[in-house]
Design a protein around this ligand. Structure first.
Ligand code: FUB
Length: 341
């Protein structure tokens, strides 16, 4: 995530346009919506944006979120309930600052909340917390998931019961600082100036059956072009930046992600959850606001994309979540969405 604020320009322009969809909730600011259906009900696990007064910078310091409110609704278009604080940074023993985009999963009567937060050395790690209720309160494990780093966990359970975590984000999400396999505190702030190298990949790890540990090594999620070549760093309209998600449709694995500084949501298709994935196209054009982050979920036989923009505030760090239908064509391609009418 980067904080260059282009919102001022975009928000004044946005006053003249209509948005495709309305914010799901306006009493608090929410972002990065990870949506799931648990027991027939829709639950949304978003970031909870707050105004901290911290000046904007390229590391995203002003995204200094401190808790999560889990939202729920019985159906798309129905009443949205804010279930209050379900998890608080003060209850994470190892946390320093910046509680960013979460995800959740359910297994055997337990709900798992996965969250990225900077540790006390200012390094992003991913933690897990559990609850018997989908809306919390969640209790954090005493330490981050061993071997985890960076941001934006997205947890996918395949039809064979195996669960994978996709994670990572470059620039403010620090992924570029892990290319050696270890954290480089003095490493680059961005992926720029290395345009001819393969793009930095999103990461994926199989989760152990306990849902709290990685099973084996973290692997690269490689996105290739139609010729089978990995996308390059300079290919900024297509390369992975942050905010990944996985859904399975007609036996194919759809890896979707944000291109960050070019503000697109893209998709790439593979034959197995570990990839490689072949780049296919854009699923959503830029929204109002710098960041773009989504989840895709099937609800009662129809597919939806949850995302955020800055309609309510016009400020890049005070976002609001939305939902619109997502359409797969018969050939497996996805219909590109324009978030403005
Ligand atoms: O909400 C903080 C960060 O902004 C997320 O982790 C990124 O995906 C971007 O949406």
């Amino acid at each position: 995530v980067k904080q260059a604020n282009t919102d001022t320009v975009k928000s004044s322009k946005a006053k003249e346009v209509k948005f495709l969809s309305k914010p799901l909730i306006s009493s608090i600011y929410t972002a990065d919506p990870s949506a799931h259906v648990f027991n027939g009900k829709i639950y949304i696990y978003p970031s909870h944006d707050i105004n901290t007064g911290i000046p904007e910078n390229d590391n995203g310091d002003h995204f200094a979120m401190r808790d999560y409110h889990i939202l729920s609704m019985d159906s798309i278009g129905g009443k949205v309930t804010d279930n209050g604080v379900g998890f608080d940074i003060k209850d994470i023993p190892w946390a320093g600052r910046q509680l960013w985009a979460p995800d959740a999963a359910y297994k055997n009567g337990i709900y798992y909340l996965y969250f990225p937060v900077k540790d006390k050395k200012d390094v992003f790690r991913i933690g897990v917390a559990t609850s018997k209720s989908p809306v919390g309160p969640f209790k954090a494990e005493p330490a981050p998931i061993e071997g985890s780093f960076s941001i934006d966990p997205a947890v996918f359970t395949d039809t064979d019961g195996k669960t994978y975590m996709y994670f990572g984000g470059i620039w403010g999400g620090q992924l570029q600082r892990w290319v050696s396999g270890h954290y480089d505190a003095d490493g680059s702030k961005t992926d720029l100036k290395q345009d001819d190298l393969p793009a930095i990949s999103c990461k994926v790890a199989l989760l152990k059956p306990d849902m709290k540990n990685f099973d084996g090594k973290v692997k690269d999620v490689v996105v290739v072009d139609s010729a089978g070549k990995p996308l390059l760093t300079g290919d900024r309209n297509r390369r992975f930046f942050e905010g990944s998600w996985m859904h399975k449709y007609n036996g194919k694995y759809y890896f979707t992600y944000s291109t960050g500084d070019t503000h697109l949501l893209c998709y790439a298709i593979g034959d197995n959850p570990l990839g490689p994935f072949t780049y296919k196209g854009v699923i959503m054009k830029p929204v109002q606001g710098w960041t773009t982050h989504h989840s895709i979920v099937e609800i009662k036989g129809k597919w939806y994309i949850f995302y955020h923009d800055t309609e309510l505030s016009g400020k890049t760090y005070l976002r609001n979540v939305k939902v619109v239908p997502l359409q797969h064509n018969t050939d497996g391609s996805i219909v590109e969405i324009d978030p403005f009418l």
